[in-house]
Ligand binder design. Structure first.
Ligand code: GDP
Ligand code: IMO
Ligand code: MG
Length: 420
C-alpha cells in the first residue's frame, strides 16, 4: 500500500486538521512527519472544538492509529497539556498514540533560546511561535539533540544536563533574562507521561503497516511557503514541510508515496513576519479576517489576509507533486461582489509567471477578477447545488493549475464538506 500525504500549499493554517479528521476513517494510521507545537490544527464536531499541536488529527477516530514520526519535535510540557485536554474524548490514547524513538525533544532552554534569538533580531524577527522550533532543529542538524529514545536510557539525566549547560553558555551571549526552573518541573512530568505511551521504531512500524496493505496518511504541518528550503526564506520554519519531508520525516521511500492532497484557502493568510505579495491592508482584508476568524490557533495572533495567489499555488503544486486539491474557507468569500485572484506578478516593469528569488514589496500582483456569489454556501452538501459563480471560480483555479479540486470545505465543522 502507499503513503498518502496531506499538506498545506500556502503559509499554514489552510485547514489541514479539519480535513485529516474528515479523511481519517479511510486510514489505518495518521502520521505527523515534521514540525512540532508551532502547529495548531483545529477540529470541530459534536459542538466541540479541539486544537492539536503535536498529536495527529486522527485521534478522535476509534480505529485509527496516530503516529508522531521521527521528523517531529516534541515538547513534553505541551504534549502533556494536549493529552489532558483531549483524553476524555479521544480514542484510547495508550493504544492508539505511538511516538517515534527518533523524534527530537524540545528542551526548556530551546524555548528560551528561541525567545532570546527573536528578541535580538528586533524588527527583523521571524515572528516565531516561540515554541523552540528553530533551536531544536538546529541542535538536531548540529548533532547535539536529545531524542525520545534517550529518555529510556540510564544516562538520560547526564545527556540532558550536558545540553542544558551548552545552552546556558549560548544564552550568555544574549541580554535576556530567564527562569529555567519555571519550565523544568512540568518538562520532567511530561517526560514521565510520554514513557507511558508506545515508544516505537516508527520507520520500521510504518513500513510494516504499508507492506501489510494498510493505508497511511501523512499529515503535514505549516505550509509550503514556510518550508526551510523553498519557502520565503528566512521567514520560514525550520523543517521540510513539503511532500519530500514525509519521506525523511517517516522513513518512507519516495516510490511508496501515493496521493498527495494539497490544501489551500480560497484566499491567503499569513501569521508572523515575511513577504506576502497579495496581502490586503484595507477593509477587504479586514473582512476576510473577521468573517474567517483569522486568529492563530497556537498563538492567538491576528493572521494577515489577502487574495488567493495562483503563482504561489502553482509553485507549491510543483514542489509537492499534488494529485488532488482541497479548497477550504470558500464560505468566507460569500457576499463579496467580486473575487480577485493573482495570476502573475509585475516586477520592475516586467510580467513574470513564477515566484522570484526575492519575494519583496517590489512584486505587484496582477489580478483576474471574477464575479462573486451572494448565497451562504455553508449548508450545501453537493457540488451541483453550489452557486454558478462559485463553480466558475473553482473551474478557473483547476484549469489554471492543472489539478482537480476534489474536496470543498464550506465551514469549520466535520460535516461541512462537499466531495466532488
Ligand atoms: P491548520 O493549521 O491547517 O489545521 O488550520 P487551523 O486550524 O490553524 O486554521 C483553520 C481555521 O479555519 C480553524 O479555525 C478551522 O476551524 C477553520 N476552518 C477550516 N475549514 C474551514 C472552512 O471551510 N470554513 C470556515 N469558515 N472555517 C474553516
Ligand atoms: P500550522 O500547522 C501558520 C510560522 C510562524 C512564523 C514562522 C516560524 O498550524 O499550519 P516557528 O515557530 O516555526 O519558528 O515560526 O512560521 N508558523 C506557522 N504559521 N501555521 C503554522 O502551523 C505555523 N507554524 C509556524 O508564525 O512566521
Ligand atoms: Mg494552524
Amino acid at each position: 500500500m502507499k503513503l498518502d500525504v496531506l499538506l498545506g500549499l500556502q503559509w499554514g493554517d489552510e485547514g489541514k486538521g479539519k480535513i485529516v479528521d474528515v479523511l481519517s476513517p479511510n486510514y489505518k494510521a495518521i502520521a505527523r512527519f515534521q514540525g512540532g507545537p508551532n502547529a495548531g490544527h483545529t477540529l470541530k464536531f459534536n459542538d466541540k472544538k479541539y486544537v492539536l499541536h503535536t498529536i495527529p488529527s486522527g485521534v478522535f477516530r476509534d480505529n485509527t492509529e496516530n503516529i508522531i514520526g521521527n521528523g517531529v519535535v516534541i515538547d513534553p510540557i505541551i504534549i502533556n497539556k494536549e493529552i489532558t485536554k483531549i483524553e476524555n474524548d479521544a480514542s484510547d490514547l495508550k493504544k492508539h498514540l505511538l511516538i517515534s524513538k527518533k523524534a527530537h525533544l524540545i528542551l526548556p532552554t530551546h524555548r528560551i533560546l528561541d525567545a532570546a534569538q527573536e528578541a535580538a533580531k528586533g524588527k527583523d524577527k521571524i515572528g516565531s511561535t516561540l515554541k523552540g522550533i528553530s533551536p531544536t532543529y538546529t541542535d538536531k542538524i548540529g548533532r547535539n539533540g536529545l531524542r525520545i529514545g534517550d529518555i529510556l536510557s540510564p544516562n538520560f539525566m547526564d545527556k540532558y544536563n550536558k545540553l542544558i549547560e551548552k545552552h546556558k553558555k549560548q544564552l550568555k551571549h544574549f541580554d535576556f533574562e530567564y527562569d529555567l526552573a519555571e519550565f523544568e518541573k512540568g518538562w520532567f512530568e511530561g517526560i514521565e507521561l510520554i514513557k507511558k505511551f508506545k515508544i516505537i521504531d516508527s520507520e520500521i512500524y510504518i513500513n510494516k503497516l504499508l507492506d501489510e496493505e494498510n493505508n497511511i496518511l501523512a499529515e503535514g504541518a505549516q505550509g509550503t511557503l514556510l518550508d526551510v528550503e523553498f519557502g520565503s526564506y528566512p521567514f520560514v520554519t525550520s523543517s521540510n514541510t513539503i511532500a519530500a519531508g514525509a519521506c525523511t520525516g517517516l522513513g518512507v521511500a519516495p516510490n511508496k508515496i501515493g496521493e498527495v492532497y494539497g490544501i489551500f484557502k480560497a484566499y491567503c493568510t499569513r501569521v508572523g513576519s515575511g513577504p506576502f505579495p497579495t496581502e490586503l491592508f484595507d477593509e477587504t482584508g479586514k473582512r476576510m479576517q473577521d468573517v474567517g476568524n483569522e486568529f492563530g490557533a497556537t498563538t492567538g495572533r491576528p493572521r494577515r489576509c489577502g487574495w488567493l495567489d495562483l503563482v504561489i499555488l502553482k509553485y507549491s503544486i510543483m514542489l509537492n507533486g499534488v494529485t488532488q486539491l482541497v479548497i477550504t474557507k470558500s464560505d468566507v468569500l460569500s457576499g463579496f461582489e467580486t473575487i480577485k485572484i493573482a495570476t502573475s506578478y509585475k516586477v520592475n516593469g516586467e510580467e513574470i509567471d513564477y515566484l522570484p528569488y526575492e519575494i519583496n514589496e517590489k512584486i505587484e500582483p496582477i489580478y483576474t477578477e471574477l464575479q462573486g456569489w451572494s448565497q451562504d454556501i455553508s449548508k450545501i452538501q453537493s457540488f451541483s447545488e453550489l452557486p454558478t459563480n462559485f463553480k466558475i471560480f473553482i473551474q478557473y483555479v483547476e484549469k489554471f493549475v492543472g489539478v482537480p479540486i476534489k474536496f470543498v470545505s464550506v465551514g469549520p465543522k466535520r460535516k461541512e464538506m462537499i466531495f466532488i
